[in-house]
Design a binder for this molecule. Structure first.
Ligand SMILES: Cc1ncc(COP(=O)(O)O)c(C=O)c1O
Length: 359
């Protein structure tokens, strides 16, 4: 038997989630965010599946865009952090990429370029994230210079990014929207990430930019009706490779941290932090074995976890184990590991094969 770990990808669920986002923001065009290897799902697979269903794709940088073009993705691709050096502008032009302009240097590089075809530009405005983007009172000047530049296409989009839209009661998001609205530039607008799509309809504008929700997850801090029908795209699965009975008082795993309080049955599963399972997951973290819940027992190792299956006597060698996916949400596992679902999928290493299970 080959090592049994897989990140199974349900592309039908991916397209379903796109249609959920479309229904929530019917007037808006959609840029699907697939940076960081499509949040760990595998950018070539996800981009290929998405490209005829969305209006554009978003990646962090030129290298990520190149990977998409190399595998035949032809749709518009926005560089969400823009270019990092002047030479990248020409490459971006050759590949037909869209540029973020978020500071004086990026604008100057664009203005100084000699392009034969103008580039589509998204002007990033800082309304409160305080990470990237130009100050609201500078936005008009930037917009004027972009409009005047022969290197920028005329359909400029202004955009901003929310810091706290996952909290549906957030005053900061109201403040960011008010600052964004106050720009009143003659440009298309974009603000909504997944949380914005799900819970801030006043921020849908002409373009929405969901990422996380397209993979079937809700970033919202509370249960929300709009997120209920999302379907997980990734299921992380493995299998039981060893079973043993241990007496009361015996310990399991590194640091001898888990101590059997009764005669126990321990299943060893062939997945560890080297395969993308979080090392911080605590003993209460659930897994599904044959669809039934059991909890971790002891520390997560590099290649294995150990699970208390004392109450599941029918468990056998080779049984499938679901670490997250249908029936066990990424959010629940992330919570047990004191992190977010964003981090869990994004850190999935190449060692874990991505397998498309449903087209
Ligand atoms: C600029 C920008 N827009 C949109 C998104 C998508 O956010 P989410 O995955 O929360 O939908 C991101 C992701 O971090 C981003 O950086």
């Amino acid at each position: 038997m080959a090592r049994p770990n897989q990140a199974e990808l349900d592309l039908g669920a991916l397209r379903h989630n796109v249609s959920v986002a479309r229904q929530l923001a019917p007037q808006s065009k959609m840029l699907a965010v697939i940076k960081a290897n499509a949040y760990g799902h595998g950018a070539p697979i996800i981009a290929t599946a998405l490209q005829s269903h969305v209006d554009a794709l978003g990646v962090a940088c030129l290298e990520e865009a190149l990977e998409l073009r190399d595998c035949g993705v032809t749709s518009p691709v926005l560089l969400l952090e823009g270019v990092f050096e002047e030479a990248e502008i020409n490459t971006a032009a050759q590949l037909g990429l869209w540029l973020t302009i978020g500071n004086e240097q990026q604008l100057k590089w664009l203005e100084d370029s000699k392009l034969t075809t103008p580039l589509h530009c998204w002007l990033k405005v800082n309304t409160g994230m305080n990470r990237l983007g130009v100050a609201p009172d500078q936005a008009k000047g930037y917009h004027r210079r972009l409009t005047a530049s022969a290197n920028a296409a005329t359909d400029i989009v202004t955009y901003t990014h929310f810091a706290t839209a996952d909290d549906i009661t957030s005053q900061k998001t109201h403040d960011q929207i008010a600052r964004f609205d106050a720009l009143s530039l003659n440009a298309l607008r974009s603000a909504a990430n997944s949380a914005g799509v799900l819970a801030w309809p006043q921020a849908h504008y002409e373009w929405v930019r969901p990422g996380y929700m397209l993979y079937g997850n809700s970033p919202l801090l509370v249960e929300h009706a709009n997120a209920r029908s999302l379907k997980p795209v990734m299921a992380l699965t493995s299998a039981v490779i060893s079973l043993r009975d241990i007496p009361t008082g015996e310990t399991v795993g590194y640091d001898a941290k888990w101590i059997a309080e009764r005669a126990s049955k321990i299943a060893t599963v062939a997945i560890g932090y080297g395969d993308g399972y979080p090392r911080q997951a605590t003993d209460s973290t659930p897994v599904l074995i044959n669809g039934q819940r059991a909890s971790l027992a002891g520390r997560v190792s590099m290649d294995m976890i150990t699970v208390d299956v004392t109450d599941l006597p029918q468990v056998q060698l080779g049984d499938e184990v679901v670490l997250w996916g249908k029936g066990l949400s990424l959010a629940e596992v992330a919570h047990c590991a004191n992190t977010t679902g964003y981090e869990l999928t994004t850190r999935m290493p190449a060692r874990t094969p991505r397998i498309v299970v449903s087209e």
